[in-house]
Design a protein around this ligand. Sequence first.
Ligand code: AMP
Length: 280
Amino acid sequence: MQVFETIKDFRAARQAVSGDLGFVPTMGYLHDGHLELVRYALRQNTQVAVSIFVNPTQFGPHEDFSGYPRDMQRDLAQLKALGAHLVFTPSVTEMYPPNFQTYVEVESVSQGLEGARRPGHFRGVATVVNKLLNIIQPQRAYFGQKDAQQCAVIRQMVADLAIPTEIVIVPTIRAEDGLALSSRNSYLTAEQREAASVLYRALSAAKARYADGERNPDHLRDEMLEVLAQEPLAQVEYVSVADAFTLHELTETITRSVLLSMAVRIGKARLIDNMMIEVE
Ligand code: AMP
């Protein structure tokens, strides 16, 4: 496994790759969700590149950029054990030199849900992913369904800007009690960690209501809120029942695929999760 800190060095190694290159962008502090993306990429490509970069432009001024968990040595050991080929670990100034002044703005699909609560977040995500795709030049890039709106934003950007990379979405990896794996779960105390399974239970309850025939999006939102209200440590930021493609909030009877999603604060952690309801 080769590790590169500069764009110039990565590019030189990229020239030597023959066959398809798969790419997994991450912010590090790797867990089994990230590793699942790498496993997918290893199955579908000759070589796999992973980036580890905590991207400052996708954090708001009062968010957790400086406190975001980091452990480069452990991350590299995990990637090596899995069989990743190339790792790109740029510094902030390598990605954003002093005269940097170009950003990518994906419009409608960035605006609701996370975009509404984290102004500028998807501008930072789209910008860094575009730049990483230009550096890595992969045939395929892998993203987790855990960040459903991020997947939609990246797909839109790649289509709109004719970026020649196939985007592959990988299902959410969960702990045994249903909690979606996330680097931010490390902020939770033992008691909070136990409480955090409430997100999964709320999403599952709404999905079960749908399976029982419920088609009113307000009733599905109420179902999620009722389950979340049973957990005193959970502070709900939002619950959503949105069109799975536009991500616009649904007000009418459900006739198309929908995305159930939520953001919930537990202690220091802001947790997000989602489930899809597929309608033929
Ligand atoms: P992050 O390091 O949080 O930026 O995540 C890097 C990639 O891993 C993103 O595409 C995430 O959606 C994906 N990811 C994070 N957690 C999970 C999970 N529990 N299951 C599947 N993919 C995940």
